[in-house]
Structures are given as structure tokens and as C-alpha cells.
Design a protein around this ligand. Structure first.
Ligand code: SF4
Ligand code: SF4
Length: 450
């Protein structure tokens, strides 16, 4: 880093980072055991306390914003596992976002990196049609002989190992026709128990479209009338976590506008990462006179699908599966951001025929963390290996998750260990719909015999 760049970053640290929040850290160290990067490095620099000390050092002028600082912040998963462990209530996730914004908005990057970021953050994620085209291209690659040829000719090896592993873990993509024809409203046969809106997301409504379909069915079966506004956009989490705060705010404003005129009880999400970011819109605009109240109202309506299903007692008497052992991996942001961790467990425990086993350290990050498993592949895989040991300890044959990133990461873990024939991973919504349909098929069969 040259001196001018270093000065600019130092100034940005002073302007963007909440110094009072930094001062809340008493350096007690209670957060250290909950930090996966500290567990794998045993290095204070890669712990929450160490990262906070580095941020404070830059603002106080004791240290330079050098490459070591950038490395420490890049290596952080942003999992917020340190937050519930902190007796002083330090909101580490916000400090991380503020410091990343200070660095990435002021650090010189090569034209290639700038253009790639511009494409991903501005052109791809906020544009549903482009995402549909990109997804259908991957689908074409999966469905035709291109994939076989890539493996046969070993051309696949041209990809970096992180992308090669990701490629194997991807679900089968929906077709372009399916992605273009999405529902806008789902009615109930009887008087609805709740009126909700659904945040369909960007990747969830393309790559994971089938899970979105299952979510809508579950909400309908539970008695919800659902509206799916078509002018909603990506939640902005990827942008916010990568220091692209301006774009994150633009997306947040589009979403607030898309949902604020709907007369609904809740805005339902089915991806822990998106849900936590939508819930954080109130913090994103806390100093913005015009948007503050609108954002607060929006955030107050956010609810994970597992919470509403549990609230509406959907689990009582509706769910069954053939005998099997299952376990659950928390989505960090659903747990640490939205404090939702009991509801998914209670829903799973209510499935008749299922033996639920709690996984050791289920609340600890799996190493997915957005695109962390691509850009910090080595650390991500170390964390995943430890996670897979805990999965195996449970003896479960199904690992349930509640976030698409965790789902891909767990699938990657299963493939790396060669356990495809004995272990599967599913989104909780997909397991619940499986259990609902199984229970109903069974009831129909019994009724037809009597
Ligand atoms: S967010 Fe996660 S990786 Fe980062 S300091 Fe906190 S616990 Fe560690
Ligand atoms: S637990 Fe909280 S107060 Fe203690 S060192 Fe960690 S961040 Fe600081």
C-alpha cells in the first residue's frame, strides 16, 4: 500500500467505523472459542478481539492500514459467531462491514478486479433476467454432453479447484422457461390464517427455484395467502459484506418500495443470509432521515419461514417420514442475525418417524460464508473438514440446513468425503414438504383400506 492510499484508508476508518462500538470491547476474550478462524490458526490476528484491536489501532494512529490488516479482515467469515458469546454485546458484524467498506472503497485494484466486481455486483445480481440467462447456461452445460466432454478431455481442470468443487455440488438448474414463469400470488382454499409477502431472492428464485416452490406450497398448506411482489430485487447482502455499501443501500431501497404498500402481516424469507440482511435494513438507514422509519417498518416484518410455520402450528399432525436419523446445521445468519434456531429444530423434531440428533457445534460456521469458500478456499475447506467430522459423529443420514450457501457447502463436504451414497443434505423446506406429502400419501392409503 502506498502512503497516499494508506492515508485515505485511515481517514475512511475514522469516518465510517463506529468508534463507540469498538470501545465496547473490553478485550475479555470470551469470543475467542466461538471464532472458527481463530480455532484453525490459533493466531490472535484472526480472532474477533484481534480484528477489533487492529481496527482501533488504525483509527488511533498506532498502526498503518497495511496488507496484514486487510488479510485479517478478508479471512473473517462474517459469521457473527462471536456476537452471542460477547458479554459486552459488541456488534462485530457491523464493524466488519464498516471496515471492509473503508478498505475496498479506497484501495486501488487492477482493472480486471474492478471490472469483475462491477459485473457481479452491478450487472449480474441486481438484474433478474441476466441471472436467469446465467443459470440457464449452467443448466445447458449440465444437461447436454458438454459436461461429459469437459470431464473426458480433462478441460474441467482449467478451472481453479474451488470452482471445480463448487461445480460438483451445484443442484440441477431449472430451465429458462420455468424461471421466467413465476407465481405472483398464492391463495388458500379457506379463510387465510395470515397474509404474508414472500421475499423470493435472486439465487433462491433461479438456482434454488425448487426450494422457493416448496416454500410457497408449505405456506399455502399452513394457511397463508402469499403475495410475491415482482419489483423486488436481490437483498444486497453480498454487496454489503464486500464493502459495496452504496449498492447495498440502492437494493435495500428498491425492496422497501416493493413491499411497503402491501397490506401483509409478515415478509417471509427462506434463506438465512438474505433474511438477516433484510432484518438489518433498519441499521443500514439509522442515520437517514428520509428512509429510517420506512426501513424500520420493513425490518420489523421480516420472518423466517420456519418461524411462521411453527407459529401456525403446521408441525402438529402433518409431518411423517420413513424411519431415519437427521441432524441440523444452523445458518449463522439465521441464528446470530435473526436469533432463529429453536423453530427449525422443533419442526424437525415433530416429524413422525424421524430421530433428531443434535450435531456438536451445529451453531459454528460451515465455512461457506457467501463467496468465502471460493476466495478463501483453503481456510473454508479446513472448517468444512472439521464440520464433516461432527456430522459423522451424529450418525445421521440427512443433514438439514436453512440457507443455500450452507447447503452447497455441506454437499461439497459430502462429495469430498465420498459419502454420496450414505448421506444427503437438504434445505429444511424441502424436507418439510417431503414429510408433508409422505404423511398425506400414507393417510390416503390407510383411508382407502378402511
Ligand atoms: S465473524 Fe466469525 S470469523 Fe469473524 S471474528 Fe466473528 S466468529 Fe470469527
Ligand atoms: S467477547 Fe466481546 S468484549 Fe470480549 S474480547 Fe470479544 S468482542 Fe471484545
Amino acid at each position: 500500500m502506498n502512503p497516499t492510499e494508506s492515508k485515505r484508508i485511515q481517514q475512511a476508518f475514522k469516518e465510517l467505523i463506529d468508534y463507540d462500538e469498538l470501545m465496547n470491547c473490553t478485550r475479555c476474550g470470551f469470543c475467542l472459542p466461538s471464532c472458527p478462524t481463530y480455532a484453525h490458526t490459533n493466531d490472535e490476528v484472526h480472532s474477533p478481539r484481534g480484528r477489533i484491536a487492529l481496527m482501533k489501532g488504525v483509527i488511533d494512529g498506532f498502526s498503518e492500514p497495511d496488507d496484514n490488516l486487510k488479510r485479517a479482515l478478508d479471512m473473517c467469515l462474517g459469521c457473527r459467531g462471536c456476537e452471542p458469546a460477547c458479554p459486552s454485546g459488541v456488534q462485530f458484524g457491523k464493524l466488519l462491514e464498516q471496515s471492509r467498506e473503508a478498505i475496498y472503497q479506497n484501495k486501488k485494484e487492477s482493472i480486471f478486479v474492478r471490472q469483475t466486481k462491477k459485473f457481479i455486483f452491478r450487472r449480474l445480481f441486481p438484474n433478474k433476467l441476466r441471472l436467469i440467462h446465467a443459470t440457464s447456461l449452467i443448466g445447458l452445460y449440465q444437461r447436454t454432453s458438454i459436461r461429459k466432454i469437459a470431464y473426458k478431455t480433462k478441460a474441467i481442470r482449467l478451472l481453479p479447484s474451488s470452482l471445480r468443487e463448487m461445480e460438483k455440488a451445484l443442484p440441477v438448474m431449472p430451465t429458462k422457461k420455468e424461471m421466467l414463469k413465476r407465481p405472483t400470488h398464492v391463495k388458500t382454499k379457506e379463510k387465510p390464517k395470515a397474509r404474508v409477502a414472500f421475499f423470493s431472492g435472486c439465487l433462491m428464485d433461479t438456482v434454488f427455484m425448487k426450494t422457493n416452490d416448496a416454500t410457497l406450497k408449505l405456506l399455502q398448506y399452513a394457511g397463508c395467502e402469499v403475495t410475491i411482489p415482482q419489483n423486488q430485487n436481490c437483498c444486497g447482502a453480498l454487496h454489503g459484506h464486500s464493502g459495496q455499501m452504496q449498492q447495498a443501500k440502492e437494493l435495500a431501497k428498491q425492496n422497501i418500495i416493493a413491499f411497503e404498500k402491501l397490506n401483509v402481516d409478515y415478509i417471509i424469507t427462506n434463506a438465512g443470509g438474505c433474511g438477516a440482511y433484510l432484518y438489518d435494513y433498519m441499521h443500514l438507514f439509522k442515520d437517514d432521515y428520509e428512509w429510517k422509519e420506512r426501513a424500520a417498518k420493513f425490518s420489523s416484518q421480516i420472518k423466517d419461514v420456519t418461524s411462521i410455520l411453527y407459529e401456525l402450528k403446521f408441525h402438529q399432525g402433518h409431518l411423517a417420514l420413513p424411519p431415519q436419523m437427521i441432524t441440523y446445521q444452523d445458518s449463522c445468519h439465521l441464528r446470530n442475525g435473526q436469533q432463529t434456531y429453536e423453530e427449525p429444530r422443533k419442526l424437525l423434531q415433530a416429524i413422525e418417524g424421524v430421530q433428531y440428533v443434535e450435531m456438536p457445534q451445529a451453531n459454528s460456521c460451515c465455512g461457506s460464508a457467501g463467496i468465502y469458500n471460493i476466495i478463501e478456499h483453503d481456510m473454508s475447506m479446513k472448517i468444512l473438514e472439521a464440520k464433516m467430522e461432527n456430522v459423522k459423529r451424529t450418525g445421521a443420514k440427512t443433514v438439514v440446513t436453512s440457507n443455500p450457501g450452507c447447503l452447497l457447502q455441506m454437499n461439497m463436504g459430502i462429495k469430498r468425503e465420498g459419502l454420496e451414497n450414505e448421506l444427503r443434505t437438504v434445505h429444511i423446506v424441502d424436507l418439510l414438504i417431503e414429510a408433508y406429502e409422505y404423511a398425506h400419501r400414507r393417510k390416503k392409503a390407510i383411508d382407502s383400506q378402511t
